[in-house]
Design a protein around this ligand. Structure first.
Ligand code: RIB
Ligand code: CA
Length: 309
């Protein structure tokens, strides 16, 4: 049966590679792209998503969504991905117009149209998803599965010692989503750190594929590379959204996972947005989240290369 995929993204350099992978793998199964403020302000995220879409001559509709978190001021990651989110390398990112309609309404419409079969992929803060659930609670039954890039399964964070960026930006939204009975698959930043680091030699091999897609995919990580070297100590750059996208493609990407209950810390300070995971069989809450614990790097790399050729 044909899959129906809707992606919600805060389009910066790693999201862009995940979108390239999705366009190549899903083609017309990709029914829509919603944009949310996160890595960059909303309109920049919209322009970046449309730049990537136009790079591969796709017509997938792109919808602008929430311009700020539910209950907190927006804090971007332009220090990580660049002011334009795409490495500040001067890419010809235009001033296009997004498709008519809000991303939340587009998601609700898609869930109605493909009720029971729509699969949702989130690559940014969960603001749009939380707004959709608040507006139409039954959407959690219409969406077959929601793949979430975010959180960590080992509480080693990238924005505080414990918290991952997507959950940290909008903890209230993440709380709504994880408390809901939406069937979730969580691919945390631990997976990126362990299985999706691209070192400088591998980056050059990717770039030598010689396509414009490959050049953009590698060169747009310029600021992220610097951030990794100076802040996270990663030897290269890591690609959290792309490895999460490989999990969406196939169970072949997953070596080990566990069903759990996940809650989000709404504290301020270092535990803001921390994913609190309860693996216990007698967990107080229903286990609606499958947490990916180990991934197949070779499968991920094969799909990454295939999408950039
Ligand atoms: O923590 C990594 C996540 O935050 C990725 O989705 C990256 O694009 C940023 O949104
Ligand atoms: Ca992202």
């Amino acid at each position: 049966m044909k899959r129906r995929i809707f992606i919600d993204t805060d389009t910066a350099s790693d999201d862009a590679v995940a979108l390239l992978m999705a366009f190549e793998h899903f083609e017309s199964s990709l029914v829509g792209i919603g944009v949310v403020a996160g890595n960059v302000p909303l309109q920049q995220g919209v322009q970046n998503a449309m730049f990537v879409r136009d790079l591969v001559n796709m017509l997938t509709p792109v919808y602008a969504g929430a311009s700020e978190p539910i209950a907190r001021p927006l804090e971007t990651a332009q220090n990580v991905h660049g002011q334009d989110g795409m490495g500040d390398i001067g890419l010809p990112i235009g001033q296009n117009f997004a498709n008519q309609g809000h991303a939340v309404d587009a998601l609700i419409d898609a869930a109605d149209r493909y009720s029971g079969s729509l699969e949702l992929v989130t690559l940014g803060p969960l603001t749009n998803i939380a707004l959709a659930i608040s507006e139409k609670p039954e959407i959690v039954h219409q969406i077959k599965r929601c793949f979430i890039m975010g959180g960590t399964s080992d509480n080693i964070g990238n924005v505080t010692p414990f918290s991952e960026f997507n959950m940290w930006v909008d903890p209230e939204a993440a709380d709504i989503v994880f408390r809901s009975c939406l069937r979730k698959v969580m691919i945390g930043w631990d997976i990126s750190r362990k299985y999706a680091v691209i070192n400088d030699e591998e980056a050059q091999i990717l770039r030598s594929l010689g396509t414009e897609k490959a050049r953009v995919a590698v060169d747009s990580q310029k600021v992220l590379r610097q951030f990794c070297e100076q802040e996270t100590g990663i030897d290269g750059f890591d690609l959290p959204d792309p490895i999460a996208m490989s999990v969406v493609f196939s169970d072949e990407a997953v070596i080990r996972s566990i069903a759990s209950s996940v809650r989000i810390s709404l504290e301020d300070g270092s535990k803001r947005g921390m994913t609190i995971i309860d693996h216990r069989d007698n967990a107080d809450h229903e286990k609606t989240t499958v947490i990916v614990l180990e991934c197949n790097r070779q499968y991920f790399m094969d799909k990454l290369i295939q999408s950039l050729r």
